[in-house]
Design a protein around this ligand. Structure first.
Ligand SMILES: Cc1cc2nc3c(=O)[nH]c(=O)nc-3n(C[C@H](O)[C@H](O)[C@H](O)COP(=O)(O)OP(=O)(O)OC[C@H]3O[C@@H](n4cnc5c(N)ncnc54)[C@H](O)[C@@H]3O)c2cc1C
Length: 460
């Protein structure tokens, strides 16, 4: 097993050999060149080959398949979409918001369908999602979420639970109510991303690992440049998500924000029964700082959260994956949520960067004139949405008739993030303010006003 197993529990337990595939060795010609072997790049390759099995597809990956967010995430495979119903309704229309919502529900099913068809044992389980109000101060958020879905005609998406019903689903301390839905799934992201890579290879794509793309030249035959040769093709797909911040043309298109995770040792069946987590629903609270929980197939609790500092200049470095202050806070949160578990042990801690666009709106688009396609900007909700992105790009590149190409993600351009030091000052301010607002609400028992600058800027 290579050093890549240390990246996350998911790569550690993906039941795949992590030895890197051979890198690109000199310049080549292809039909489609893809930067990045995460979900975005692989789903795009998968659906391209469904449309046209004769396509020659070259995927270049700086590290190994699943090295990025796809091999590190919280395992939520949900209908969540960077831009939520409220934002989509405001910016486009209620119909568009409802359409995206419905498509995303189908997308969660599509991920399961492909796993089944391709024999990918990704521990896919569709047990739904629970949003818990931990304390009365979080109840208004449940109400806002219900309102948001009712406004787009999808009030039936969530079922409201009172305190007793919420606790029956999951015995979390201070639970005073919850929302529950049955559409979300949970996966083993490492098995999913590595299995998907095998599926696209079986279909004929070639993945070059340890091959860093250094840039691209648009044109009739666009070129993806790498340190080990060029790939000349009919379309270049940029599927680097947060890492695109490292490349000059996309440097300010996405903000690489770190999200961190801790994982417990496996719990016994008795412990899982005691906290009521015998199902595998994914769980979160209504905290502004965003927390996300899931349960692995072998009975571990995954607790993730944002809050690790943004790094000046959008820097991304291996050492940023670990941040003891944040990991310590997450371990303490597990004990606070589930005191029944006593001094539960932790086996893993890791982190990774997500890609946040300035307007929270994912982009899935192919510009035929420049030959450049991109799917990016999932803001921490890309496990399922990247599948939609892959289908949207494949339909555009192959020029097939599809209702997907009328989505507002097509042709979308987010405005750039601010230049430094403004970007750093604003992001750190929002990160610190979110933590402070959560702390104050917990201590005072009063809900945040919803009117602060921070809430207005991030409450999309
Ligand atoms: C800690 C964490 C928790 C998350 N939790 C969830 C969750 O529970 N549910 C959810 O829906 N979403 C979650 N997300 C977000 C989700 O994981 C991502 O949206 C999704 O995986 C993005 O996939 P991607 O292929 O676009 O990007 P990535 O998986 O990041 O893939 C990009 C790939 O490009 C490669 N690359 C980068 N630069 C270059 C280059 N120059 N040349 C060649 N290759 C390059 C990288 O090595 C990487 O493999 C989480 C993200 C993180 C970091």
């Amino acid at each position: 097993m290579s050093g890549y197993a240390a990246v996350s529990y998911w790569l550690d337990t993906c039941a795949d050999d992590l030895t890197a595939r051979p890198p690109l060795d000199g310049s080549i010609e292809a039909d489609v060149a893809i930067l990045g072997a995460g979900f975005s790049g692989l789903w795009t390759a998968y659906y391209l080959l469904q449309h046209d099995p004769t396509l020659k597809i070259a995927i270049v990956e700086r590290d190994i398949v699943g090295f990025g967010a796809s091999g590190r995430n919280g395992a939520w495979c949900t209908s969540g979409f960077g831009a939520g119903p409220r934002l989509l309704a405001k910016r486009y229309s209620r119909d568009v918001a409802a359409r995206v919502h419905d498509l995303m529900i189908d997308t969660v099913g599509e991920v399961g369908r492909v796993c089944e068809m391709e024999g990918i044992d990704a521990h896919y389980q569709r047990d739904g999602e629970l949003i818990v109000a931990r304390g009365r101060h979080q109840l208004p958020t449940l109400h806002h979420i219900e309102e948001e879905y009712a406004r787009i005609g999808r009030a039936d998406h969530w079922q409201r639970l009172d305190a007793a019903e919420a606790k029956a689903k999951l015995a979390v301390t201070n639970a005073v109510g919850a929302l529950h839905q049955t559409a979300s799934a949970v996966v083993h992201p490492g098995r999913l991303v590595r299995g998907l890579a095998r599926a696209v290879e079986r279909a004929g794509a070639v993945i070059y690992e340890r091959t860093e793309a250094t840039g691209w030249t648009p044109g009739r035959r666009p070129v993806l440049h790498t340190a080990r040769g060029d790939v000349r093709s009919d379309a270049v797909v940029l599927a680097g998500e947060g890492y695109l911040a490292r490349l000059r043309p996309t440097h300010r298109q996405v903000l690489p924000l770190y999200s961190l995770i801790v994982l417990t040792e496996p719990l016994s069946d008795a412990q899982l029964a005691e906290i009521g987590w015998t199902h595998r629903s994914v769980v979160q609270s209504c905290a502004l700082t965003v927390d996300y929980l899931s349960r692995t197939a072998d009975g571990r609790i995954l607790f993730g959260g944002r809050g690790a500092p943004y790094h000046f200049g959008s820097r991304i470095r291996p050492e940023f994956d670990m941040h003891e202050a944040t990991h310590g806070r997450l371990r303490a949160a597990v004990r606070e949520w589930f005191p029944q578990l006593g001094n539960v042990g932790f086996s893993h801690a890791w982190g990774g960067c997500l890609g946040v666009p300035r307007d929270f709106m994912p982009t899935m688009t192919f510009d035929r004139r420049s030959g450049i396609a991109t799917a990016r900007g999932y803001t921490g909700e890309g496990v399922a949405a990247t599948n939609l992105g892959g289908r949207v790009l494949a339909a555009q590149i192959c020029d097939v008739e599809s209702e997907l190409v009328s989505l507002p993600t097509v042709g979308h351009e987010s405005r750039n993030w601010e230049v430094e030091p403004l970007r750093w000052i604003a992001t750190r301010y929002l990160q610190r303010a979110s933590l402070r607002i959560d702390e104050q609400a917990t201590q005072s028992g009063k809900p945040p006003t919803g009117r602060s600058l921070t809430e207005r800027l991030i409450g999309h």
